[in-house]
Design a protein around this ligand. Structure first.
Ligand code: KIV
Length: 279
């Protein structure tokens, strides 16, 4: 049974935490599904983690569709949420609807996530009325890294914190089923969580949110280009992968791989007939 919006809402009502993790390909989506994740986020962080860009600004609709389709194939149970990339929403309502529709029809997403505040409430309302589940994203919005001047904690001062609460309420009232809260003081995120009907998913926003998300490669210890304070490494998969590949290289160089157990044998008679001319 796949997770639905109603299931997510029920979790909030029952104070059960929602577990979200990013995924960008079929194999990882399958593993995260089997591990019990409720939601898989095909984040535009794939630009950094999978494509090696320094930020998310260059990620295209085509990139998002490509990775979202792969994740959807591996996600038996989790709700698949796909990011709307930089400038796919803000060039007009029609563009926003067409792009969100493509992420669902071509990328097989169950819903889309959009970075931005109250200014997006009208377009979010239209998307929701068109049958597109939308999640907002407030606080540190990485697509605006050039305007924000870096990756740092947001809304620490009173005016900024008030604005963030107003943005959250506007997105909630427009019909967003939830909001990602990134890099915010923990008590502000808790206040947001209490004042919206939808679910809040925190990343660097403390324990008072209705759920949490981390970038998969961060939590598995596989990505070291950035190491935000809010990341905890739950495994050292990077070390494990390096060791595995180094052992493989050693075995190939030492001619201990492939051995008979990993090769296909040929009948002696067939071989002898060939060897008489070619051997
Ligand atoms: O792109 C992403 O992975 C995200 C998370 C950091 C929330 O938006």
């Amino acid at each position: 049974m796949s997770i639905t919006l109603a299931d997510l809402q029920k979790k909030k009502a029952n104070r059960e935490k929602v577990c979200m993790v990013t995924a960008y390909d079929y194999t990882m989506a399958k593993l995260c599904s089997e591990a019990g994740a409720d939601m898989l986020l095909v984040g535009d962080s794939l630009g950094m983690v999978m494509l090696g860009y320094k930020d998310t600004v260059s990620v295209t609709m085509q990139d998002m569709i490509h990775h979202s389709r792969a994740v959807a194939r591996g996600a038996d149970r989790p709700f698949v949420l796909t990011d709307m990339p930089f400038m796919s929403v803000r060039t007009g309502r029609r563009d926003a609807l067409v792009n969100a529709g493509r992420l669902m029809a071509e990328g097989r997403a169950n819903g889309v996530k959009i970075e931005g505040g109250a200014e997006l409430a009208p377009v979010i309302g239209e998307m929701v009325r068109a049958g597109i589940p939308v999640m907002g994203h407030l606080g540190l919005t990485p697509q605006s890294v050039n305007a924000l001047g870096g990756y740092r904690v947001q809304a620490r001062a009173l005016e900024a914190a008030k604005k963030l609460l107003e943005d959250a309420v506007a997105l909630d009232e427009a019909g967003a089923f939830g909001i990602v809260l990134e890099c915010l003081p923990d008590r502000l995120a808790t206040l947001v969580s209490k004042n919206v009907r939808g679910i809040t998913i925190g990343i660097g926003a403390g324990a008072g949110c209705d759920g949490q998300v981390l970038v998969l490669q961060d939590l598995l210890g596989m990505y070291s280009d950035l190491s935000p304070k809010f990341v905890r490494q739950f495994a050292q998969a990077g070390t494990c992968i390096r060791e595995g590949v180094a052992s493989y290289c050693e075995a190939v160089r030492g001619s201990t791989f492939p051995d008979a157990a990993h090769s296909f044998a040929m009948d002696d008679a067939v071989y002898d007939a060939l060897a008489a001319k070619w051997g």
